[in-house]
Structure formats: structure tokens, C-alpha cells
Write a protein that binds this ligand. Structure first.
Ligand SMILES: CC(C)(COP(=O)(O)OP(=O)(O)OC[C@H]1O[C@@H](n2cnc3c(N)ncnc32)[C@H](O)[C@@H]1OP(=O)(O)O)[C@@H](O)C(=O)NCCC(=O)NCCS
Length: 177
């Protein structure tokens, strides 16, 4: 069971709110660079981001996924990204995204490292994993900084529709206890 909010040195991770949708739409859900290696296409209308946030609220209610809004501490109204934990039995799968203007400042390593430790502190969780497109160098670097090990290359593993209509190869990373 993960908490509704987590504070790190520079960041707040918190449960999403419907009002986050307009911020996310303005900052990154429409951005082709941000969504390049993701499994979804850039949003064209605010209603798409609103529908996505609605699925996040439902996920929190059902405890099926734990999607956190990432903000700078002291500015909790302004989302700058998201990080999500998806429990699968004794494992947790991670996903993350950050608005472009905040890249390269070690923000997602700070968020992901903390959430990973929180997951591995749960008695039932032995493994936290993440996959990324083999060309997504920023994501690979982030995972290495968080002490995830690259376990292998999974051929034809994920659809990243902004790059190709065909399934793409991914690296599998994991941190275990
Ligand atoms: C992956 C991502 C979350 C990394 O977050 P971050 O907070 O920028 O992470 P870091 O600051 O540690 O930077 C990681 C790497 O990004 C790259 N990077 C840094 N600034 C960058 C910039 N302005 N433009 C492009 N890449 C940049 C560098 O390779 C950096 O590694 P380095 O520190 O060894 O040079 C972020 O790049 C992002 O949101 N990308 C788009 C969404 C995505 O691909 N999510 C992952 C799906 S698997």
C-alpha cells in the first residue's frame, strides 16, 4: 500500500486531481518530443487529458495503479510530470514522464528512486522493473542513476506509435531486494 503523497528534497508526489488535466495539457501531453517513446499519441484536445486523469483517479480508488503527479515542493498546484507504480504480484512496474523544460535536472531520478524504495519496503514486493525503448537514452540513463540493472533486450516488445506502427525492441531494467 503506497501513500497518497510523498515528499522528497525538491519534490512533492501526490494523488492526481481533475484540475491537473489543464496543466498537463499545457505542459506536456501535447508535446511530440515528450511523447516520442511513449505508448500513447500526443493529445489533441483537453478532453483526452481529462479522460486520462479520470482513469488515474479510478486506479487510485481500485488500488490497481498508483499514478503520482510530480510537482516542485511549495508549488503543489503546478504538475511538472508523473510517475506511476503498477503492482503485479511480487513485482512493481514503473512508468514516468516529465515536462521538457524540466529535463536534465535530476528531477525524475529523485522521484523514481524514492518511489522505488517505498515499493521495495513493502513486504510483498521483491522487484521493481521498467522497460524503455532501446533508443530512449534519457530513460536508460535515468534508470542507471537509480541503480536499476539492465537485464536484457526484449525484441518486438512494445508499441511506440509515435516512432513506428510496428512493435519495437525495449531494454528491461530492474532493481530487486
Ligand atoms: C526520461 C526522463 C523522465 C528523464 O528525466 P530527467 O529528470 O530529465 O532525468 P535526468 O535529469 O537524470 O536526465 C537523464 C538523461 O536525460 C538526457 N537529457 C538531459 N537533458 C536533456 C535535454 N534537455 N534534452 C534531451 N535529453 C536530455 C541526458 O542523457 C541525461 O543523462 P545524463 O545526466 O547522464 O546526461 C525525461 O527525459 C522524459 O520525461 N522523457 C520523455 C518521457 C519518456 O521517455 N519517459 C520514459 C518512457 S520509458
Amino acid at each position: 500500500m503506497l501513500p497518497y503523497s510523498i515528499v522528497t528534497t525538491r519534490l512533492s508526489l501526490r494523488e492526481p486531481r481533475i484540475s491537473d488535466a489543464s496543466h498537463l495539457f499545457r505542459t506536456y501531453t501535447t508535446d511530440r518530443e515528450v511523447t516520442r517513446y511513449l505508448v500513447w499519441r500526443p493529445h489533441e484536445a483537453l478532453t483526452e487529458t481529462e479522460a486520462f486523469i479520470a482513469t488515474c483517479l479510478e486506479a487510485w480508488r481500485d488500488r490497481t495503479r498508483f499514478p503520482y503527479i510530480v510537482t516542485l515542493t511549495g508549488n503543489e498546484q503546478e504538475p511538472i510530470g508523473m510517475v506511476e507504480a503498477r503492482p503485479r504480484g511480487h513485482m512493481v512496474d514503473m512508468g514516468y514522464v516529465l515536462a521538457r523544460q524540466f529535463w536534465g535536472q535530476g528531477i525524475m531520478p529523485e522521484a523514481l528512486a524514492e518511489l522505488t524504495e517505498r515499493c521495495l519496503a513493502q513486504p510483498e514486493c521483491y522487484r521493481v522493473q521498467a522497460t524503455c525503448d532501446v533508443e530512449n537514452l534519457a530513460s536508460s540513463r535515468l534508470l542507471e542513476k537509480c541503480d536499476f540493472s539492465r537485464e536484457g533486450r526484449l525484441e518486438r516488445y512494445a508499441l511506440h506509435p509515435n516512432i513506428s506502427p510496428e512493435p519495437r525492441a525495449c531494454f528491461m531494467y530492474a532493481k530487486c531486494r
